[in-house]
Design a protein around this ligand. Structure first.
Ligand code: NAP
Length: 191
């Protein structure tokens, strides 16, 4: 269940809070177990609403969120994770993803912080998003142990670029591909 737009896109939007939490809970009651958010969505408000929806039932859910590239320095990652944990109201993020690659901060520094979060039990799995094959290889090399478990990328009936090389690479490397914009933001239903 994607939550971009729940609680605002780039800034908090609160009038539909109750509907947003009700919609998330309905999804959970219908069997959805994977919820994806990001510190960027609604400038943190999406995480707050996901937190309200999973309160008391996190053990049955899989909560994924993302850290933004402006926080990819070592201390920045640690602080961003603490803020996300607080907003989500959980003790451990199931999947913590690098939202997109950074051109300025070395991946080694970012991954050092991700490993520390993992050793402290604040995150379970390390994932990435919008990474190419080469960028995943670099990210994997930057980890001293463990694995990059997922790459979240655009994939739908129109946007099929990942079928060129990324999808095959991820399959062979046992990296889960999480498709975003799966409904093409409604473009498939246009006449
Ligand atoms: N990692 C990343 O960089 C990244 C980037 C984008 C998305 N994501 C994740 O992927 C999730 C889903 O992606 P998404 O929200 O971009 O795309 P999506 O799921 O393909 O589309 C969602 C939006 O499309 C519209 N829509 C869907 N079906 C429709 C239909 N039958 N008729 C008319 N409109 C329809 C709705 O717009 P209205 O709300 O206007 O009704 C809906 O909110 C996000 O919530 C987020 O968690 C990640």
């Amino acid at each position: 269940m994607g939550t971009y737009g729940i609680g605002g896109r780039t800034a908090p939007d609160r009038p539909l809070n109750t509907e947003a939490v009700t919609a998330l809970k309905l999804g959970f009651s219908l069997g959805m177990r994977f919820v994806d958010t990001a510190e960027m969505y609604g400038a943190g408000h999406s995480e707050e609403l996901v937190g309200q929806a999973v309160r008391g039932s996190h053990s049955e859910m899989f909560v994924a969120t993302k850290v933004s590239p402006e926080h990819f320095d070592y201390e920045g990652v640690l602080r961003a994770a603490d803020r996300s944990l607080k907003r989500l109201g959980i003790k451990c993020i199931d999947l913590y993803q690098l939202h997109w690659p950074s051109s300025s901060i070395p991946i080694r520094e970012t991954m050092r912080a991700m490993e520390r979060l993992q050793s402290e039990g604040k995150i379970r799995h390390v994932g990435v998003s919008n990474f190419s094959v080469e960028q995943i290889v670099e990210a994997q090399k930057a980890l001293s142990k463990g694995q990059v478990v997922s790459n979240q990328v655009e994939y739908n009936l129109i946007s099929r670029g990942i079928e060129r090389d990324l999808l095959g690479y991820c399959e062979r490397s046992k990296i889960t591909v999480i498709a975003y914009t799966p409904l093409g933001r409604g473009r498939f239903s246009e006449p």
